[in-house]
Write a protein that binds this ligand. Sequence first.
Ligand SMILES: [Zn+2]
Length: 278
Amino acid sequence: MVDYTLIRKDVIKRQTVVEGVLELQSPLRIGVGKAGGFDPASTVRDTVLKDAGGTPVIPGSSWKGVFRSTGERILRSKNVTVCSGVGKDYCLNNFRKYDDFQRSLSRDVAEAMKIFWDYTCLNCKVFGTMSVIGAVKFLDSRAIDFKLGTRTMVAISRTEGAAARGALVQVEFVEPGSKFTFKFIGTNLPNYTIGYLLTIMKTIHDGVTQIGGHKSRGFGFVKFGELRLLDLGEKKIGDEDVKVSAPDEIKGEGDKFFEQVKPFVEAFNGAKVPYPIH
Ligand SMILES: [Zn+2]
């Protein structure tokens, strides 16, 4: 009998919280999207996403996207089967199990669990997929100390795919040195999965992964400051998990934090991911 705890939502055996602050090393640009981009009250045409009080935010959904796509790159480099989760490229569809899964959900939950376990990758399990929520939830990051700047750029028309006859647009961004909160909560994560998420965070911290828009212009480099990992509950989840000896709470500044959480990263490096089967 396979231990499906990682994908179970009906029990909570472990909760893992990683929280802290991050500091921008370069301008950051999280736009509000096409519809809301025009601010009639200012000459700035293309504003950054802010909450109702005017504080810049990085939505949890953006973090999920960054973590998933970075994780995909890491897993592919290890020859682990993984989907992109974009459009029709998701595991249940790729393995032609989506209809079976949906049918079994109402008839036989144990069967649904088996299908989902066998025919989804680590990213589908951790970040979620069609009609199934993931095991990790990213909270919105809020600026706690920030400055806004603007830069004039050439507008690119998405429909024509070319610079729209040299039209200039004032693009707003959050200035380097600004700080944001950061937090995710994982439920029933095996040690190797905690190590996986920390490996992804390290690529952001090391400047290998950028966040937000205008990456080619050098935007979106961030470093983590003070971080805390709080890990409560069982210390091994699932048959395939790798043992780790680490305290319930690990606190430290950036590089020191990543040094202390190495046992989790080693668990990830040493894990054999037994799914999807094919
Ligand atoms: Zn997948």
